[in-house]
Design a binder for this molecule. Structure first.
Ligand code: GLC
Length: 747
């Protein structure tokens, strides 16, 4: 990108157009806090996939041109742009937050052909090959800068020192700490340094690169193989403000149905109705609360989407209604690849109507996935999404309640899809290179819209691949992890970073998907996931069975204890999801989100908060039965021992196999429900309030947990105050049937 000198500016509505000798730059004031810095080096009329509608609101700002510099001042941010696209963002007091880095990239030592051959001959892979990108911007890096967010990237909470890529990738191999990319592309990062906090969202769906200080300690950089430089600078006093502003832009996860937050059991390998029935019955027999035994690919006829394998799974709808009577809801997997098979309705319809992606010569593009040779719907087009959405009727007619979208990177077994495969975004024909990272997004959108329209309920869509903004349509899981301790450890930073990137409904496969789990790992995993908003045990064919009863009574009892705990805390989790509609904040939060000036939280990878009032410190190491816990400022009460501890210090806590340390913040009230085997087993007409301390406050949200009536005011919002042994209840909103009783339990 070349710019040279600033020639002049023109301002229209929220936009300032800055003419450079070589380039045009558009600064758009979206809100007082969000300023978009847009270099249309590819396409000026670009319509975002992540941001729907027009986010810009009328705001006051000044444009000052002086000595070859342009200054754009909103009440919260000042952007100064100079020659050669040098820029500085400062806060309203003029203190610098972020600026361009004006030097060149530091060159890596290049290996000679001979050395490269030598290194590779032992099987080493060159993890990093330095490359200049067509879109590239360097930013000044301060020694204390830290980075959070960035979606599902591997490694630790703080992304400083790592280099990542955004290219949705199906990775069945072990997910290492320094893996460049996994299934999701969320090019959003929260930057944090002494006295400043900001967010950067790079809205570009091409293969992109974010090096957060690995290449150099002087700069971090963003690069992309195509598209525009389209950066949203998001200011905020604190991390929660930045998340609120980012989710204002890209959207927030809608309130889910209450049951979807319950426990789910799955295995790729429940090959028949008998298998599914058996697992469901054992769930009830062993009294492990459970909402679904999920249908992985084998339920389909030859892996043809929207069909049913009657030979193995019985007559359409029969098993589903049989299990529904016992409280099980059917959730089915749907992959994007449509089997190339004349006579199969999906294939025939798609071919007839031209719904599948084509190669560069205009022939329908074929690759291989589970069904064998398969073709790929062009989900970026509205009519293709509508067609896909309508097909869900075939499943809902059988009683299916939720959809699990997988393989939508899109994954392919016969080599990657070439970049020039033709796809569309709305009516614009483009290529795989631009669409790859939003393929899962468009598929989730189609599924969400279909399920919402057909069922009238809040859809449960779970997706593996996504882009920024997909949180409006789908919950996510972190894909094919493995039964190893490092993957359990990664659960905390990964779910916290996904949460800070807008994905409030997320989970990992409990027990690990690939590889064989073991009793201790399984127990510690179900514990650590207790507060995940997607709570599912899942594993692959051919691995050791890992249902809760596979490892004897002791494991079963502990497993049950934590699934029950998850259900008891459901109203607290649901309250946080209600709050998330307004703030965009996740349920599982790293401590740094609320204690960002406390340096003990900066790199804290093995504990997390649930909302603001609960702190959880799981055991994520083999053989450990005691651990160090950092309690931040305030008084905390140990949920198990009831001990009151003043924070701002580290403590050592006992954690035998059946204990995952949990602390409740003094002064808070946590709503709880009674035990059930599944949501809907009995009416939740009793609320229990866990009161922490002599003087406490809390709020609680209640609705029918199913449909969209809450949007018309059919919900209750309670405010509770507990003082002098007395509970006072205030109704902040009344629009739904209230509880029969509200009980207090003092902690
Ligand atoms: C992929 C999914 C996994 C699923 C399997 C079979 O590996 O990530 O969850 O079980 O495909 O459908």
């Amino acid at each position: 990108m070349y710019f040279w000198k600033v020639l002049g500016t023109t301002t229209e509505d929220n936009q300032v157009l800055i003419k450079y000798e070589q380039q045009e730059v558009i600064v758009q004031v979206i809100t007082e806090e969000i300023v978009r810095l847009f270099v249309p080096c590819w396409m000026k009329e670009y319509e975002s996939v992540a941001i729907e509608g027009e986010p810009a609101v009328p705001c006051d700002f000044d444009v000052i041109e002086q000595q070859g510099q342009v200054q754009i001042k909103t009440p919260a941010v000042i952007l100064t742009l100079g020659d050669d696209f040098k820029f500085v963002f400062t806060d309203k007091y003029g203190d610098e937050i972020l600026s361009s880095y004006d030097g060149d990239r530091k060159k890596y030592e290049a290996l000679s052909e001979e050395d490269l051959g030598l290194v590779e001959s032992e099987g080493h892979q060159m993890a990093f090959m330095q490359k200049e990108h067509v879109v590239q911007q360097l930013f000044k890096l301060n020694s204390e800068d830290r980075f959070y967010g960035m979606g599902d990237k591997t490694g630790f909470l703080n992304k400083r020192g790592y280099a990542y890529q955004n290219w949705n990738s199906d990775i069945p191999q072990i997910h290492h700490e320094n893996m460049p990319a996994l299934y999701k592309s969320i090019p959003f990062v929260i930057g944090k340094g002494p006295g400043y906090t900001y967010g950067l969202f790079f809205d570009n769906t091409f293969h992109s690169y974010m090096d957060m200080g690995k290449e150099s300690s002087e700069y971090f950089f963003y690069g992309a193989d195509g598209g525009n430089f389209d950066m949203y600078f998001i200011s905020g006093e604190k991390i929660p403000d930045v998340i609120e502003h980012y989710t204002y832009l890209t959207g927030r996860a809608p309130l889910p149905q209450l049951w979807t937050l319950g426990y789910h059991q799955c295995r790729w390998g429940y090959d028949s109705a008998a298998d599914i029935r058996d697992v469901a019955m054992k769930m009830r027999q062993h009294q492990i609360p459970c909402e679904s035994v999920q249908y992985d690919i084998d339920y389909m006829d030859g892996y043809r989407v929207f069909t049913w394998n009657e030979e193995e799974y019985g007559k359409k709808g029969e098993l589903i209604s049989e299990l529904e009577e016992k409280g099980f809801k059917a959730i089915c997997i749907i992959d994007p690849g449509v089997k190339e098979d004349k006579g199969y309705f999906m294939y025939d319809q798609g071919i007839k109507n031209g719904y599948f992606a084509k190669d560069k010569d205009g022939n329908v593009y074929v690759n291989t996935v589970w069904p064998g040779k398969s073709v790929f719907p062009d989900f970026g087009r509205e009519e293709v999404r509508q067609w896909w959405a309508n097909n869900h009727l075939k499943l809902t007619d059988m009683g299916v309640k939720g959809i699990w979208n997988d393989m939508n990177e899109p994954a392919s077994f016969n080599g990657p899809l070439p970049n020039d495969v033709q796809f569309s975004i709305n009516d614009r024909l483009t290529t795989h290179e631009e669409v790859h990272n939003v393929y899962g997004h468009f598929m989730s959108m189609a599924t969400y819209e279909g399920m919402a329209e057909i069922t009238g309920k809040r859809p449960l869509v779970i997706t593996r691949a996504c882009y920024a903004g997909t949180q409006k349509y789908a919950a996510v899981w972190t894909g094919d992890n493995q039964s190893v301790w490092s993957h359990l450890q990664m659960l905390i930073p990964q779910i916290c970073n996904l949460g800070m990137s807008g994905f409030t409904i997320a989970g990992t496969d409990i027990g690990g998907f690939g590889g064989d789990t073991n009793p201790e790992l399984l127990v510690r995993w179900v514990q650590a996931a207790t507060f995940c908003t997607f709570y599912r045990n899942h594993c692959a064919k051919g691995q050791l069975m890992q249902e809760p009863w596979q490892f004897g009574e002791k494991v079963l009892d502990i497993y049950r204890k934590y699934v029950e705990l998850h259900y008891r805390f459901l109203p607290y989790i649901y309250d946080l999801l209600f709050e998330s509609q307004i703030t965009g904040l996740p349920v599982m939060r790293p401590l740094v989100l609320h204690y960002e000036d406390d340096e003990n939280t900066f790199n804290l990878n093995n504990e997390f908060l649930v909302g603001e009032n609960m702190l959880v410190a799981p055991i994520v190491e083999q053989g450990v039965t005691k651990r160090l816990v950092y309690l931040p400022a305030g008084n905390w009460i140990n949920y198990w021992t009831k001990e009151r501890i003043t924070g701002n210090k580290h403590i050592i806590v006992d954690a035998p196999l059946d204990i995952m340390p949990i602390f409740i913040k003094e002064g808070s009230i946590i709503p709880m429900y009674e035990d059930v085997q599944y949501v809907g087993e009995k009416k939740y007409d009793k609320l229990k309030l866990l009161v922490a301390g002599d003087c406490a406050w809390g709020s609680h949200y209640q609705d029918n947990g199913e449909d969209f009536e809450y949007m018309d005011g059919q919900y209750n919002l309670y405010s509770f105050t507990y003082e002098n042994g007395q509970l006072d209840t205030d109704m902040l909103h009344e629009g739904y049937e209230k509880y029969n009783s509200i009980e207090v339990e003092l902690l």
